[in-house]
Design a binder for this molecule. Sequence first.
Ligand SMILES: NC(=O)C1=CN([C@@H]2O[C@H](COP(=O)(O)OP(=O)(O)OC[C@H]3O[C@@H](n4cnc5c(N)ncnc54)[C@H](OP(=O)(O)O)[C@@H]3O)[C@@H](O)[C@H]2O)C=CC1
Ligand SMILES: O=CCCC(=O)O
Length: 292
Amino acid sequence: MEVGFLGLGIMGKAMSLNLLRHGFKVTVWNRTLSKCDELVQHGASIGETPAAVVKKCKYTIAILSDPPAALSVVFDKDGILEQINNEKGYIDMSTVDADTSSKISEAITSRGGRFLEAPVSGSKKPAEDGQLVILAAGNKALYDEVLPAFDVLGKKSFFLGEVGNGAKMKLVVNMTMGSMMNAFAEGIMLAGKSGLNPQNLLDVLDLGAMSNPMFKLKGPTILQKNYTPAFPLKHQQKDMRLALALGDENAVPMPVAAAANEAFKKARSLGLGDLDFSAVFETLKPIGPSSS
Ligand SMILES: NC(=O)C1=CN([C@@H]2O[C@H](COP(=O)(O)OP(=O)(O)OC[C@H]3O[C@@H](n4cnc5c(N)ncnc54)[C@H](OP(=O)(O)O)[C@@H]3O)[C@@H](O)[C@H]2O)C=CC1
Ligand SMILES: O=CCCC(=O)O
């Protein structure tokens, strides 16, 4: 199968390499075009613009940072709309809100194209290992046709119905994750400041009902102050913001998520946005000369 791939950030690079490893023909595009070079070394072709990729490929996948980026590759000059037609399918795997996804869907389908939103749960390592969880919604026939690609990228794909449901599911999942990360960071800080060994806390948590892959992975790296980005903090804060807006629309009180969002915003204001989202731990450190 030949696919186009737009966006070679942390996720897109790992996912497109995975497709190449499994024998897919992949034509890549990235806003910063030089990032395509590594993929070319692994057998990819380059498309000079999103429109050029769509012209060449029956199916085009994108995974881009946020709603403005997702809209830009569709609507701007040299964008997807210039080449979409009734023989093409567009699959957006970015984490965006349902409104953004619907705007894209309407524009694609009004030109005869088919659209699927398919955000993913799982980070850099699951993307490298083909272990993502895919949350698709939109055109079911397109979903069935691209399942061979989803089977390479993920360990499980869900088809959730109409456009918007994939985006909403992803935001609910990431809202929960962001709140958990803040509680975890506070626990580690409290353990240390109250004279406990934080490593003991990790061991205790891991033996009980709260044991989970995120605590297992991020606990040791937080203790090492290693915030090499797998999931950039700025994207986690974007997801909290979008999830809180979904809470507004549905009159769901979300005081825990709102507090977590404030912590991620504070982290961004401290210049930590490009680090891993676990760097929110750094916002708990006392400011000023006294560290008592
Ligand atoms: N990292 C993770 O663990 C996960 C991330 N996600 C989601 O996947 C998406 C991508 O994440 P990730 O790969 O980590 O992000 P990165 O920040 O590593 O990459 C972002 C990508 O978007 C591109 N981009 C940004 N702005 C624009 C724009 N205006 N026009 C065109 N392209 C643009 C960047 O291009 P350029 O190189 O030129 O800057 C880059 O290719 C996000 O929506 C994120 O929330 C979902 C699951 C896990
Ligand atoms: O959107 C990012 C999700 C990261 C993860 O699921 O570990």
